[in-house]
Design a protein around this ligand. Structure first.
Ligand code: NDP
Ligand code: 2IT
Length: 442
């Protein structure tokens, strides 16, 4: 058996019942093969065994009381995966589906994504199976405080810097930051995505969605095309979806869909983002309400957006939301480009289908890295105790996304095929981390 096959078999045996983690590992191991086989240094240093095993995995009890006075218990997670190039960095997800497999796939992918940004950040991820839907303000606050009461002992501005992900936005980060400060008596940039009055960075809210559209535009430009005038289908209606839609619209595209876990909106006249923001950011309601407020919009209960005819598809909700059948539906409707705003939204078979059909496909590790990149800029501003303007941060974000596109393309050309951005992103992200690991010894 080859070195890679050996490692894959042993990772599978030691992580039984973790399908999402194995899916993420399989993709990386498959695509970095040319690099591993080009130099025995990786095997000699057990780089694959080490990079697939987290530095540490923390699981803890999170007790809180609901509004009826009942004690409730959730499970909290923080997986500190790899700190070869900087402090652990990655979001916190609050969703009932959260388990160790999901946190580990996210933490593993974060290593390579963070490396691609060119900034000094390692990979980590955390969260809880707590369901924020339908909870009162007080319940959310108490949960966040209890979660941080344990997490605080494991993190720090130079150790591990969490941020938002599904179910965690500015409100939750604020409660967690307040609790960290109370416990530690240290005012430091221990979390990113903070509010603007207490150390947050301008443009962090917009960063993931904007960055996604910037890199999709880089990819289209490299193929003598652009997003202007294109019909864009977006899934999700949270932080990433909203700001991807905003940037796509400002560059002259027509966004015709958004969704949530209950169903989707098709608006042939173009999504009205002020209505989506009011429903989602202000009222914390369901996307169904859009159809009651905007004439001509259709709400489809259940179902997915991938049967809608479009030029560009931006999945911005969750993992494995594009099945092979969904990919084939997009392909038969002649989709030109796919950019992954969510983490691992396309199944393995869906990616294969896109690549076979020569759809321009920008994978999550490159496409959604704008969020964590601006988080790293927030860390820099916190360390320097100053803050940059919106335009300064946005310009840096544009430059970082262009840099990611170039690195990804270069690695694809050198080791795989010119438009194989999946291999390109994995390889470019991997090489830097592996070099740092080798340089630092065990
Ligand atoms: P939000 O919580 O703001 O929004 C999530 C959206 O996705 C909601 O519309 C939600 O619908 C939908 N969704 C979540 N889970 C499911 C599910 N199981 N099935 C169907 N729909 C679902 O999260 P974000 O916008 O921050 O995150 C979206 C994706 O982007 C995630 O994959 C995240 O990991 C990724 N990401 C986020 C970054 C960030 O900076 N926030 C950075 C990089 C990647 P509902 O409200 O019904 O649950
Ligand atoms: O998946 C991701 O990159 C995020 N959720 C953002 C992480 C961060 O630290 O900003």
């Amino acid at each position: 058996m080859s070195y890679i096959d050996n490692v894959r078999a042993s990772v599978a045996a030691r992580n039984e019942g973790q399908p999402e983690f194995m899916q993420a590992v399989d993709e990386v191991l498959t695509t970095i093969k040319p690099v591993i086989e080009s130099d025995p240094v990786y095997e000699r240093n057990a780089i694959l065994e080490r990079i697939t095993e987290p530095d540490r995995q923390i699981m803890f009890r999170v007790p809180w009381t609901d509004d009826k006075g009942n004690m409730r218990v959730n499970r909290g997670f923080r997986v500190q995966f790899n700190n070869a190039i900087g402090p652990y960095k990655g979001g916190l997800r609050l969703h009932p589906s959260v388990n160790l497999s999901i946190i580990k796939f996210l933490g593993f992918e974060q290593i390579f994504k963070n490396s691609l940004t060119g900034l000094p950040i390692g990979g980590g991820k955390g969260g809880s199976d707590f369901d924020p839907k339908g909870k009162s303000e007080r319940e959310i606050r108490e949960f966040c405080e209890s979660f941080m009461t344990e997490l605080a002992r494991h993190i720090g501005a130079d150790t591990d810097v969490p941020a938002g992900d599904i179910g965690v936005g500015g409100r939750e980060i604020g409660y967690m930051f307040g609790q960290y400060k109370r416990i530690k008596n240290i005012y430091e940039g221990v979390l990113t995505g903070k509010g603007l009055t207490y150390g947050g960075s301008l443009a962090r809210t917009e960063a993931t969605g904007y960055g996604l559209v910037y890199i999709v535009e880089n990819m289209l430009n490299a193929h003598s095309d652009s997003i202007k005038g294109k019909t864009v289908v977006i899934s999700g209606s949270g932080n990433v979806a909203i700001y991807a839609a905003q940037k796509a619209q400002s560059l002259g595209a027509k966004v015709v869909s958004v969704s949530d876990s209950n169903g989707y909106i098709y608006d042939k006249n173009g999504i009205k983002l002020d209505v989506v923001k009011q429903i989602k950011e202000v009222e914390r309601g369901r996307i169904k309400e859009y159809a009651d407020r905007v004439k001509g919009a259709e709400y489809h209960d259940g179902g997915k957006v991938w049967n809608i005819k479009c030029d560009v598809a931006l999945p911005c909700a969750t993992q494995n939301e594009i099945s092979e059948a969904d990919a084939k539906a997009l392909i038969s409707n002649k989709v030109l480009a796919v950019g992954e705003g969510a983490n691992m939204p396309s199944s393995t078979a869906a990616i294969e289908a896109f690549q076979k059909a020569k759809v321009l496909f920008m994978p999550a590790k490159a496409a959604n890295a704008g969020g964590v990149a601006v988080s790293a800029l927030e860390m820099s501003q916190n360390s320097q105790r100053l803050s940059w303007t919106f335009d300064e941060v946005d310009e840096k974000l544009k430059g970082i996304m262009r840099g990611i596109f170039e690195k990804t393309t270069e690695a694809a050309v050198k080791y795989a095929k010119p438009d194989d951005y999946v291999s390109g992103a994995n390889i470019a992200g991997f090489i830097k981390v592996a070099e740092a690991m080798i340089a630092q010894g065990v």
